[in-house]
Unconditional design. Structure first.
Length: 456
């Protein structure tokens, strides 16, 4: 029978993606913010999935939306709505995204603005908040069980060292062209809830990886990448509603295990993840009298000096000219594509600088304790080395590193990666923090975990 001190509710709300809007997480193929990758349809439905936990003296909520980024505007709006209804205080709600690269925009971050955009954001934020409110209304006495295991053949470290010593990405060259310069995290964590009759209410799972299969040219359909495939299958097989939380995925992706970058690849890898979680679910152990606690701390990260406006303008001109030369000379399509990517990233930075960039990176680091599991939230794309270090040093055997959630500061690489070079450390809208930032986040989250275990 459930411990009556624990009540849990789950909910799922669809996010109807506006066909014709840009697909976020893809480069702008036209080499301009207004020449975006606009969607032509929907491959797989998008959702906001929520869970609310209530126990004696504690409450916590988690919501995961099928979006690429978790902008501050979204976090502030959803939390304010939920707090206004008296369901959860702001620090008790963790707002996450799956980091799908096939979803709609969630803010003006990458240049999608105007009245139509504002109307969409209002609908989007309302639906995500609505999922949390519905989950709270669905709360009922429940038991909690946890498990973890390993799933291989999905995540790969995307940073490759080429024979000449340079470091590049496995989506810019064939993955066989070089050797990965870092590890992967193949651990999958699992937490399930059942009602008094043993009926499944829902589950949470944690796995670190960029879930995207497609690059710019291969699909113009909205979708939820391999995580959506996995959840569709798991909800059908396990019952209830499932939340799949991403982790320290900054330098991880699936490209080392792809065959053709097709929908078949998406189904295959999503199915592999679902099978792994199913195996883990069968060995999950029930937890007696689970605690529910929350805490959060704020951390200011140092920023790197970005190029000046003059330097950005000069670089824009250089990249536009190079793209034009390649196009005029009927160059190889791969070379043209790489030039388009380079131009797109610089245009995003130029757009953000003209609008005004924050002068600091202020992070909310959040901890949710759900029985023996500790969820540590990071508002950015933390490198896997940092995530593994946090798990190693945490006093909780079941430590989940969760991200991106509660905001977005971009990539948080290791110090070593700055010396190596590569996509995630090149100055950009998504790459602003200083080389020591990864170490600072690790130390802060380990300290927060110690506080949750032993008290202040």
């Amino acid at each position: 029978m459930p411990d009556n001190s624990l009540q849990v509710g789950f909910a799922r709300t669809d996010i109807p993606p506006p066909v014709g809007f840009p697909i976020v997480g893809r480069m702008r193929l036209g080499g301009t913010l207004k020449g975006t990758m606009n969607s032509t349809g929907v491959r797989r439905s998008l959702y906001a999935r929520a869970a609310v936990f209530k126990a004696a003296g504690g409450r916590a909520g988690v919501v995961v939306a099928d979006l690429c980024f978790c902008p501050p505007d979204l976090v502030d709006s959803v939390r304010a709505t939920v707090a206004r209804e008296g369901v959860l205080q702001e620090h008790e709600l963790m707002i996450c995204v799956t980091h799908t690269h096939s979803g709609p925009p969630a803010s003006e971050m990458f240049g999608f603005d105007g009245e139509e955009a504002e109307q969409w954001f209002e609908v989007l934020y309302g639906r995500i908040a609505g999922a949390v409110l519905e989950a709270s209304r669905n709360c009922a006495p429940a038991t909690l069980s946890v498990g973890k295991g390993v799933v291989k053949g999905i995540a790969s470290n995307r940073r490759l060292r080429l024979p000449d010593g340079t470091v590049t990405m496995n989506f810019l060259v064939p993955p066989s062209s070089g050797t990965p310069v870092g590890p992967v995290d193949e651990e999958v964590a699992y937490l399930a809830c059942h009602n008094a009759e043993g009926r499944p209410l829902g589950f949470l799972s944690n796995f670190a990886c960029h879930p995207q299969v497609f690059l710019e040219r291969e699909s113009l359909l909205f979708g939820s990448d391999i995580y959506g495939v996995a959840l569709d299958r798991l909800e059908a097989q396990l019952g209830g509603i499932g939340l799949l939380l991403n982790g320290a995925e900054g330098n991880l992706n699936v490209f080392g295990h792809l065959r053709e970058r097709t929908h078949e690849d998406e189904e295959r890898l999503g199915g592999l993840l679902a099978e792994g979680i199913m195996r883990i679910s069968r060995k999950a152990q029930t937890v007696p009298e689970p605690l529910v606690e929350t805490s959060s701390e704020w951390l200011d990260l140092p920023l790197r000096q970005l190029p000046s406006r003059q330097e950005v303008n000069a670089e824009l001109e250089r990249r536009r000219n190079r793209l034009q030369r390649l196009t005029d000379s009927d160059a190889d399509s791969e070379d043209i594509w790489k030039a388009q990517r380079e131009l797109s990233h610089m245009e995003e930075l130029d757009y953000a600088m003209r609008r005004g960039l924050p002068d600091r990176a202020r992070l909310e680091l959040q901890a949710l304790r759900l029985g023996p599991a500790l969820l540590l939230g990071v508002p950015g794309e933390l490198f896997v080395e940092c995530g593994l270090e946090i798990k190693k040093r945490s006093p909780f055997a079941d430590t989940w590193v969760v991200g991106p959630c509660n905001g977005y500061v971009g990539y948080i690489p290791t110090r070593e990666s700055f010396a190596q070079g590569g996509y995630e450390v090149n100055p950009a809208l998504t790459s602003r923090v200083a080389p020591e930032s990864g170490e600072l986040v690790v130390e802060a989250l380990v300290a927060l975990a110690d506080k949750m275990k032993h008290g202040p």
